[in-house]
Write a new protein. Structure first.
Length: 277
């Protein structure tokens, strides 16, 4: 199996890489941080499948907002390994933002670019080769934060709502092509970013367990899934709550720490790859 994963240097992306490596997959690992990518690729060969197949990993240090770089990486992987069976667009940024803070405008722009346009840039170069190969799956990692807007996380909630709508549209566009589109909405997952959230995080999952469940719903062919199932119940309730009840429920709730410096390329590591969610 050939699997492409963006945001692979940490968090859910790295856990998904470990999961698929343990099943003997050939991987394309994509993220901005080359050192972390190479370290991850270095340990993956030890994760052999039950059949004894050792994984192969190709690493590509790039930013998913760079469409040209994504096209080059996609072509290189297809040339060397073949069309992927599965592309997981996982790269994302999760930091707090406030509209009234002028310094947060570039953070808004960066979050929307990575979390929305990053999906488009990731999927676009693989569609033609996957069609020629007979199909496959494009999986986008969205978030339950895209169900309703969360105060203090306007950019993140908006980006994930846009991601959900985009993936739904893409699913319709590719109907009958042999390429499936899966939308996965994780709840809270234990990553370095969620460790700093100053509010309760119900049903939080260890990152490797989250990756296992995400992989399982993708393998099952689901077009839309919330992980874990308890958060699916929460998501349905959130959709039904009247605005006054929703607003009152979040009044006084702690807010995600704000991010800084995303417009400056030298400071982008302050907004890490693949943070949840």
């Amino acid at each position: 199996m050939r699997v492409v994963i963006t945001g692979a240097s940490s968090g859910i992306g790295a856990a998904l890489a470990r999961y698929h490596a343990a099943r003997g997959a050939t991987l394309a690992l994509i993220a901005r941080r080359e050192k972390e990518l190479r370290e991850l690729a270095g340990v993956l060969p030890s994760l052999t499948s039950p059949e004894g197949a050792a994984p192969r990993a190709f690493t590509y240090a790039l930013d998913v907002t760079d469409a040209g770089a994504m096209r080059q990486a996609a072509q290189d992987f297809v040339d060397r390994a073949g069309a992927p069976d599965l592309v997981i667009a996982n790269a994302g940024i999760s930091v707090g933002t406030l509209t009234q803070e002028a310094s947060d405008l570039p953070v808004f722009e960066r979050i929307m670019a990575v979390n929305v346009l990053g999906l488009v840039n990731t999927f676009a170069p693989f569609i033609a080769p996957m069609r020629e190969a007979g199909g496959g799956t494009l999986a986008g990692i969205a978030s339950v934060a895209g169900i309703r807007g969360l105060p203090g996380a306007g950019a993140y909630s908006a980006s994930k709502a846009a991601a959900i709508a985009y993936l739904e549209a893409l699913r319709g566009e590719l109907r009958g092509s042999g390429i499936r589109v899966a939308t996965v909405l994780p709840g809270y997952v234990e990553t370095p970013m969620t460790a700093h959230n100053p509010y309760p995080m119900p049903f939080i999952l260890p990152v490797d367990e989250a990756a296992r469940r995400i992989a399982r719903v993708i393998d099952a062919g689901k077009s839309y899934a919330v992980v874990p199932w308890q958060m699916a119940v929460v998501a349905k309730l959130l959709r039904l709550l009247p605005n006054r009840v929703f607003d009152a429920a979040l009044a006084g709730r702690g807010r995600k720490p704000r991010g800084t410096g995303s417009a400056d390329p030298d400071k982008r590591d302050q907004l890490p790859d693949s943070q949840t969610r």
